[in-house]
Design a protein around this ligand. Structure first.
Ligand code: NAD
Length: 242
């Protein structure tokens, strides 16, 4: 058997980069990809600098030919982390079909088609881990994003059932508010966002990387079809005592 590679999409972004660095520290050779070439190169440089084994390539996850090209370059694919995602807020009444179509193309369909191709290339068990969101439970100005992130949950559970006989586990992580560019672009007051959470702090990309590390580990082989909320307690309650 060859090396156990981990393939990460959206690895130029906050969470994807932290995942790449963490899985590399865990001993995986990592294949990092992103639609943004400069950002993914920087991730590859950071992994290399920390002593990791890394390859990188530009990958627009919505392009199925590019997906296949990347997968064909990996000998010994073991884990896929679907972190590439797009986000914008819109008041409910201004959301159009196009918002839904764009959300689903990148945040759902691309995750599915890439995972499907990846699973075909996994010959000794494997791990598929997709970034959903706490927003899957509902959020203001988020109907299109929330719908897409909830779709990832159904996709994850169904794929987990159909890939189980191959010892490929399929799980999702649903982060709450994590300090990355995606969040900073929203322009909220970060202190008041943190104050609303039971744990009174925002998440860091490393909080998500740690959850990915657990699910990607070969020792996590009895966990499949699950959704892990990593959200500072947001999903169990807010600041209101009642
Ligand atoms: N930051 C948060 O608070 C938060 C919360 C819940 C869920 N998430 C999810 O976590 C994942 C990572 O988010 P992040 O915070 O690191 O965001 P980010 O914006 O920092 O990173 C996302 C990355 O995806 C890349 N990307 C966008 N479209 C792409 C495409 N078509 N093909 C390939 N790459 C593409 C971007 O270039 C960027 O590098 C996303 O799926 C996001 O929805 C984030």
């Amino acid at each position: 058997m060859g090396m156990k590679w981990a393939l990460i999409t959206g690895a130029g972004g906050g969470i994807g980069r932290a995942v790449a660095l963490r899985l590399s520290q865990d001993g995986f050779p990592v294949y990092v990809t992103d639609i943004n070439e400069a950002h993914v190169r920087e991730t590859a440089r950071l992994v290399k600098q920390s002593g990791g084994d890394v390859r990188s390539s530009v990958l627009d996850v919505s392009d199925e030919d590019e997906q296949q090209n990347v997968i064909d370059q990996i000998d010994g694919l073991y884990a896929v982390v679907n972190s590439a995602g797009i986000y914008w807020t819109k008041p409910y009444d201004t959301i159009a079909a196009d918002d839904f179509n764009r959300q689903f193309a990148t945040n759902v369909t691309a995750m599915f088609t890439l995972s499907q191709k990846a699973a075909r290339a996994m010959h000794d068990g494997g791990r598929i881990i997709s970034l959903s969101s706490r927003a899957a439970l509902g959020g203001r100005n988020n109907t299109h994003y929330s719908a897409a992130k909830a779709a990832i949950l159904g996709m994850t559970k169904s794929m987990a059932l159909e890939l189980a006989h191959l010892q490929i586990t399929v799980n999702a992580i649903a982060p709450g508010v994590i300090l990355t560019d995606m969040l900073r672009k929203r322009g909220d007051d970060l202190d008041s966002l943190a104050a609303e959470l039971p744990l009174k702090k925002l998440g860091e990309p490393d909080d998500i990387a740690h959850a990915v590390s657990y699910l990607a580990d070969p020792r996590a082989g009895f966990v499949t079809g699950q959704v892990l909320l990593v959200d500072g307690g947001r999903s169990i309650g807010g600041s209101n005592p009642f």
